[in-house]
Ligand binder design. Structure first.
Ligand SMILES: *[C@@H]1O[C@H](CO)[C@@H](O)[C@H](O)[C@H]1NC(C)=O
Ligand SMILES: *[C@@H]1O[C@H](CO)[C@@H](O)[C@H](O)[C@H]1NC(C)=O
Ligand SMILES: *[C@@H]1O[C@H](CO)[C@@H](O)[C@H](O)[C@H]1NC(C)=O
Ligand SMILES: *[C@@H]1O[C@H](CO)[C@@H](O)[C@H](O)[C@H]1NC(C)=O
Ligand SMILES: *[C@@H]1O[C@H](CO)[C@@H](O)[C@H](O)[C@H]1NC(C)=O
Ligand SMILES: *[C@@H]1O[C@H](CO)[C@@H](O)[C@H](O)[C@H]1NC(C)=O
Ligand SMILES: *[C@@H]1O[C@H](CO)[C@@H](O)[C@H](O)[C@H]1NC(C)=O
Ligand SMILES: *[C@@H]1O[C@H](CO)[C@@H](O)[C@H](O)[C@H]1NC(C)=O
Length: 443
């Protein structure tokens, strides 16, 4: 197939300035040189190509201006090669590049000059290299960047401060998962544009458990970021840097129960984590006791079924919010389940504190229902029996008139009365029966 096509392609290519290298396949806007055993870049490349695929070769070096004769080049695939570093000026005059795949190479350092001038670059793939060091200015000038993949390297430091709303307005994904990040500059992370925070992957690193770390993830979790949802199990942190004792911190938040977490504005907020399970139809009373002691507090609840609730917004017979912050739900429904977050606000001191309660509403025990139902059926059956016995059975003896069965009927009726009023709602604080070693969090 390739051999039959080849003369035709060469003919097609001959008309233009660049020539399709003999081992490659050039069609319309694409030059495909994948898996050609290339150890160096072909002498000439077609000038008209928009896509150049050099993946799965043995390229270990690229010279200055390697792609300067390809003004239309938008997509460059260099994945699965042997590149250890890039010369200054490799991408000179390749400023149309929008997609650059350098994944699965052997790059060690990403230097400041690597991507200079690629102001149209939207996606940069650098995963699965041997990167240990990133220079602070490496993403400077990449103002169109949307996605950057740094996963599966040995990165211990990332220059978060270099990404701002102004410098990278379209950036919506930054993958730093599966690296060796342990202590992050959380102040810089929290200052990242919201779009970047939402798309920041940090799982499978060697993060050290502490309150400043947890506070950031806690907020992201609350906002339901998919970067966390999709990798709940992979979000681990190590206790005192001991890699063998780690915590799946999205699963086991109890390690951070007493953390004072900070809002993005770096004001202290205390989180108490609680859990509560109730049966449908029961009343629930959630208090909003926080670390704030002021008497002059205003309260707001974020509820799963009704969104934000404040004292002025609530006009509902089913839910009520008392001035002391306590929220009452008159008759819970299964879809009232979820995370309830109360924010207490101290206007005078500009402090916020939150209380979080995970409410699970379960359906009533089917057993209870069945017992009552069975009793009712049994009762009706016995009535039918009596009826049949009294009126339809041909009378053969004198025992017909004895009123024996009636006593059975009345006792079954009495057992049908079951007290439903004995149920009460208990506000359960989380169990303090920690099986494993307790980790005392630092504030
Ligand atoms: C490369 O870009 C420079 C300016 O950055 C320009 O002067 C030069 O003519 C360009 N070369 C080619 C081959 O396009
Ligand atoms: C976690 O990272 C290590 C390398 O740091 C990698 O080998 C492993 O496949 C990664 N695991 C997951 C689940 O991504
Ligand atoms: C919750 O369930 C009730 C019925 O049990 C339904 O009327 C209501 O629309 C549901 N609310 C939501 C938010 O799904
Ligand atoms: C609450 O809603 C009812 C109608 O649903 C309305 O008549 C009443 O005025 C409202 N009360 C307040 C305090 O907004
Ligand atoms: C808040 O006020 C309500 C109604 O007055 C009361 O039932 C509840 O116990 C109070 N909660 C706390 C935590 O004091
Ligand atoms: C405190 O909470 C209120 C209401 O949720 C919010 O509007 C305000 O920005 C918060 N303030 C701080 C300092 O976080
Ligand atoms: C709330 O509790 C339920 C049941 O224990 C659990 O499945 C759910 O993940 C919890 N939600 C949060 C946000 O903790
Ligand atoms: C957390 O605080 C509670 C009191 O609010 C205390 O009883 C408990 O021992 C503390 N837990 C840890 C791990 O410090």
């Amino acid at each position: 197939m390739t051999f039959r096509l080849y003369p035709l392609l060469v003919l097609l290519c001959h008309g233009s300035d660049g020539v399709c290298p003999p081992m490659c396949i050039c069609v319309s806007d694409t030059a495909g040189c994948s898996s050609c055993g290339l150890t160096k870049l072909p002498q000439s490349l077609p000038t008209y190509s928009v896509i150049l695929d050099l993946s799965h070769n043995y390229l270990s070096w690229l010279g200055v201006g390697s792609f300067k004769k390809m003004p239309k080049l938008e997509k460059l695939l260099l994945t699965h090669n042997e590149l250890v570093s890039l010369e200054e000026g490799v991408f000179t005059n390749a400023s149309s590049l929008r997609y650059l795949d350098l994944s699965s190479n052997k790059l060690r350092v990403v230097e400041q000059h690597y991507f200079q001038g690629l102001w149209k670059l939207e996606e940069l793939l650098l995963f699965n290299n041997k990167i240990t060091q990133l220079e602070a200015g490496m993403l400077n000038g990449l103002s169109s960047l949307k996605k950057a993949y740094f996963s599966l390297n040995q990165i211990t430091y990332f220059p978060f401060f270099s990404i701002t709303d102004h410098s990278h307005p379209f950036m919506s994904m930054l993958d730093l998962s599966s690296n060796r990040l342990s202590r992050l500059p959380w102040v810089d992370v929290k200052a990242l544009p919201m779009l970047v925070q939402r798309g920041l992957y940090l799982h499978n690193n060697s993060l050290i458990c502490d309150c400043s770390m947890y506070s950031v993830f806690w907020h992201w979790d609350l906002r339901g970021y998919e970067t966390l949802r999709d990798f709940t199990e992979e979000h681990t942190c190590t206790i005192y840097g001991n890699t063998r004792s780690f915590v799946r911190f999205l699963r086991q938040p109890r390690f951070f129960r007493n953390c004072t977490v900070e809002k993005p504005m770096s004001l202290p907020v205390t989180v108490f984590l609680s859990k509560l399970t109730v049966t449908e139809g029961e009343m629930v009373r959630l208090d909003c006791e926080t670390s704030l002691s002021s008497r002059d507090l205003s309260f707001a609840w974020l509820t799963p079924s009704k969104g934000y609730i404040t004292q002025t917004s609530i006009n509902d017979t089913l839910m009520s919010l008392f001035p002391n912050g306590t929220l009452d739900i008159q008759a819970t429904k299964v879809n009232d389940s979820g995370l309830y977050v109360c924010t207490a606000q101290d206007m005078k001191h500009a402090l916020n504190a939150t209380r979080e309660v995970n409410v699970t509403v379960v359906l009533p025990q089917t057993e209870t229902f069945n017992t009552g139902y069975t009793t009712l059926i049994a009762c009706m059956l016995s009535m039918l029996f009596i009826f049949v016995y009294l009126y339809l059975t041909p009378c053969r003896c004198s025992c017909c008139t004895q009123p024996g069965p009636r006593s059975v009927f009345s006792s079954s009726r009495r057992s049908h009365h079951r007290s439903q009023s004995s149920k009460r709602v208990a506000f359960m604080e989380p169990m303090l029966t920690e099986e494993k070693t307790e980790w005392p969090p630092k504030s």
